[in-house]
Write a protein that binds this ligand. Structure first.
Ligand code: PGA
Length: 250
């Protein structure tokens, strides 16, 4: 909100490579002196050592895109919070719609992941959002409230330590963006729900995500309850990402 600097987070998804990562980050780092907002990139977990080394000591934080709901043990392919902590991550996205949809993550699993991250001192970026069918059926508010309620229930007063991202599923990677008014409406609903759960809810950054780009960022970020962005495609282009970071710095 007003006296809190914006938070802009790049979500690389399953993109990148050693050479491409180094080039992208070098270009972003060059532009960072002109950036006053908070910023981070969430990268594929195998690249966390590389990215951590390149960003160490810089103003750009790094994070993961998912974490296991389990602590340790026989969960082939999973990455635990303690492993993420070893890699120095500050943030971890949980409940991204691509995880909910393609990996059948339930509200309860997402809430458990948020809990694991918080317990390890990693800030979960909890994603909520409705599908196109849900929006058309007038269920937007009910869906995001249900998704957030599970996280509140599992995390109690610690809810004020999360970052919350509203990502309408129909706007992700589609080029369709929620209008600033549509985003603000849902953000206000989420803010009220957080406030009912914690007296410190004001400090929770509410990010908008879904085809945010250099052209539409300013209008979205001008909304009273939009505290930043979660940016997919446009975070893979240094010039675009930097331009959005500068917009968020105003
Ligand atoms: P997009 O992705 O910006 O490419 O729409 C956003 C996200 O899924 O976090």
């Amino acid at each position: 909100m007003d006296n809190r600097s914006k938070l802009m987070v790049g979500n690389w998804k399953m993109n990148g490579g050693l050479t491409a990562n180094a080039a992208l980050l070098a270009e972003i780092l060059q532009g960072l002196p002109d950036v006053a907002c908070r910023a981070a990139v969430c990268v594929p977990s195998v690249y966390l050592p590389q990215v951590g080394e390149l960003l160490s000591g810089s103003a750009l934080a790094w994070g993961a895109q998912d974490v296991s709901a389990h602590e340790s043990g026989a969960y082939t392919g999973e990455v635990s919070v303690s492993m993420l902590r070893d890699m120095g991550v500050r943030y971890c996205i949980v409940g991204h719609s691509e995880r909910r949809l393609y990996h059948a993550e339930s509200d309860v699993v997402v809430a458990t992941k948020a809990q694991r991250a918080l317990a390890a001192g990693i800030t979960p970026i909890v994603c909520v959002g409705e599908s196109l069918a849900e929006r058309e059926a007038g269920q937007t508010e009910a869906v995001v409230k249900r998704q957030l309620a599970a996280v509140i229930q599992a995390n109690g007063h610690c809810i004020s330590e999360i970052v919350l991202a509203y990502e309408p599923v129909w706007a992700i990677g589609t080029g369709l963006t929620a209008t600033p008014e549509q985003a603000q409406l849902v953000h206000a609903v989420l803010r009220a729900q957080l406030q009912a759960a914690s007296e410190h809810a004001e400090r929770v950054p509410l990010l908008y995500g879904g085809s945010m780009n250099a052209a539409n960022a300013a209008q979205l970020l001008a909304q009273p309850d939009v505290d930043g962005g979660l940016i997919g495609g446009a975070s893979l282009k240094a010039a675009d990402f930097l331009s959005m970071l500068k917009t968020a710095s105003r």
